[in-house]
Write a protein of this length. Structure first.
Length: 498
């Protein structure tokens, strides 16, 4: 049953990943094509601020999901505690949302006034208020999504998220058919998130038996959520710094117009992180249940299997994107878009290393291990310092290098070490998995070099890399998972014989 639920959750996660990627690429295409450079830059900055808003939930989402998962033990569901947890989470979430809205409004307006010229700022400040209002309702969705997630209804949770993204893309597309006004676009963003929040709140609370406007008095449960979750929230700030801080540093050091050159490259690299997240996070509620049953060997097995599989996907994807970037960016953003191939390469390598340590650390956090705060904040501090220092002399490449070096010297190795130690996975066993992935990455590098030597371009290069990398990915999966494949083949053969 658990395997079936994991499979359904993974399928839902894959669908959500595809929708998420399409949402990012369509929205970016529409924004860059239809807005002025300053307005498009403001959109990306607003979105980064909205992502930072999520960090200030202090780990409420994963903590609530994990605590609800812990309510399932030996096929017995503690429905009463699930209800009290959700009521408490709604109360905590609302308080945090109100505080964060006004805090971000003040700080955000001060930052934007320093970055944009007075003429542009006089218009952008109102757009920011509307956009932040949309972020406020997104923030209120956190405990509602987490409840479905913690109940093991990963497929439903992913479909609800996908529905919101699809509605957003369709609405923005229709909007640009009739208008190119940035302030009106932000009003539409606010309206979409308000309507969806009302729908999600009604759906989730009705299922939990809670009144639509009910706010909890379960202070004991609220204390558990905050005391357990704040560490994960602090870790989340480090993750935000890696993929969002660059926008603010570039706008401040180089000017808002450079943000639109950096954003698509970071979104490509971030797409790889999304691959890891949707696959790995679909396992979290099931890993939490295995932890309550003290199935430590199964947890270690799941962690390493998914680490192998995810690394195969992201290494293949990185090599494929790196080789075909000129063709892809031409059709995505037009022939006038200019970018640095070296900058893209640095961001892709940074993403691969990030995914490697996150895939292991996520399993450890699903088991309640949250001692990543110090190293995460050190990585965040170094990200700001190095990216800020390298921005002026090296431009956008300097920002990418600063972020890469900050993570390479902190999270990329320390998070893996701490997670393996907690999960009691031998370093030698993990080393074999990582070495195999490095070997696979080397083969992908050979394909990249040979494609350059053959002087292939355009469609020919696309076909060559698609066939060769796809074939290599298939063979590598057969090799890495040969034991599982043989076991399934023998099982099917035995059942057919019977």
């Amino acid at each position: 049953m658990v395997r079936k639920n994991i499979l359904i959750g993974v399928i839902g996660s894959i669908i959500a990943f595809l929708v998420s990627i399409l949402n990012i690429f369509f929205i970016t295409h529409l924004v860059i094509k239809n807005l002025t450079t300053n307005d498009a830059s403001a959109w990306f900055l607003f979105y980064s601020i909205a992502m930072l808003l999520y960090v200030f939930d202090f780990g409420l989402s994963p903590t609530l999901g994990r605590e609800i998962s812990f309510c399932h033990k030996n096929s017995v569901v503690d429905a009463k505690r699930i209800k009290s947890l959700l009521e408490a989470a709604i109360g905590v979430n609302l308080l945090l949302a109100i505080i964060c809205f006004f805090l971000f409004l003040i700080v955000g307006l001060l930052y934007l006034s320093k970055v944009f010229p007075p003429v542009d700022y006089s218009v952008i400040k109102f757009s920011f208020m509307y956009f932040l209002g949309g972020g406020f309702f997104l923030f209120l969705n956190i405990p509602l999504f987490a409840t479905n997630y913690g109940l093991g209804q990963v497929f439903l949770e992913r479909m609800l998220r996908s529905f919101l993204l699809m509605i957003t893309v369709i609405t923005v597309y229709v909007f640009f058919k009739f208008s190119h006004d940035f302030e009106s676009l932000c009003k539409i963003w606010l309206l979409i998130n308000l309507v969806f929040h009302i729908f999600l709140r009604f759906l989730t609370l009705k299922k939990a038996g809670i009144h639509f406007f009910e706010i909890s008095g379960h202070f004991a449960e609220a204390k558990i959520i905050i005391s357990t979750g704040y560490r994960q929230g602090l870790v989340g700030f480090g993750a935000w710094a890696i993929f969002q801080a660059g926008y603010f540093i570039i706008a401040h050091q180089l000017g808002p117009s450079y943000v639109t050159q950096y954003a698509p490259l970071m979104q490509i690299a971030g797409g790889l992180i999304t691959v890891s997240a949707v696959l790995q996070y679909s396992l979290v509620p099931f890993v939490s249940r295995l932890f309550t049953q003290q199935e430590f060997n199964k947890i270690a097995d799941v962690a390493l299997r998914f680490n192998k599989f995810i690394l195969l996907i992201v290494i293949t994807g990185s090599a494929y994107v790196f080789v075909n970037a000129p063709l892809f960016l031409k059709y995505w953003l037009g022939p006038s878009f200019h970018y640095s191939h070296v900058t893209l390469g640095v961001l892709l390598i940074m993403s691969i290393l990030e995914i490697n340590h996150v895939s292991i650390a996520t399993v450890a956090m699903a088991c309640g291990y949250l001692k990543f705060v110090k190293i995460s904040w050190l990585g965040a501090a170094l990200s700001f310092i190095l990216a800020f220092a390298f921005a002026k002399p090296l431009g956008i490449l300097g920002v990418a290098l600063g972020l890469f070096l900050a993570q390479l010297t902190t999270n990329n190795w320390c998070a893996v070490y701490l997670s393996l130690k907690f999960l009691k996975i031998p370093f030698r066993r993990y080393g074999r998995t990582f070495f195999t992935s490095l070997l696979y990455a080397g083969m992908m590098c050979v394909i990249i070099v040979t494609s350059q030597q053959l002087y292939l371009t355009g469609i020919r290069l696309f076909v060559y890399t698609t066939l060769l990398m796809g074939f290599l990915f298939f063979l590598s999966n057969l090799f890495l998972f040969k034991q599982e494949i043989i076991r399934l083949w023998k099982k099917n053969k035995a059942s057919n014989f019977i």
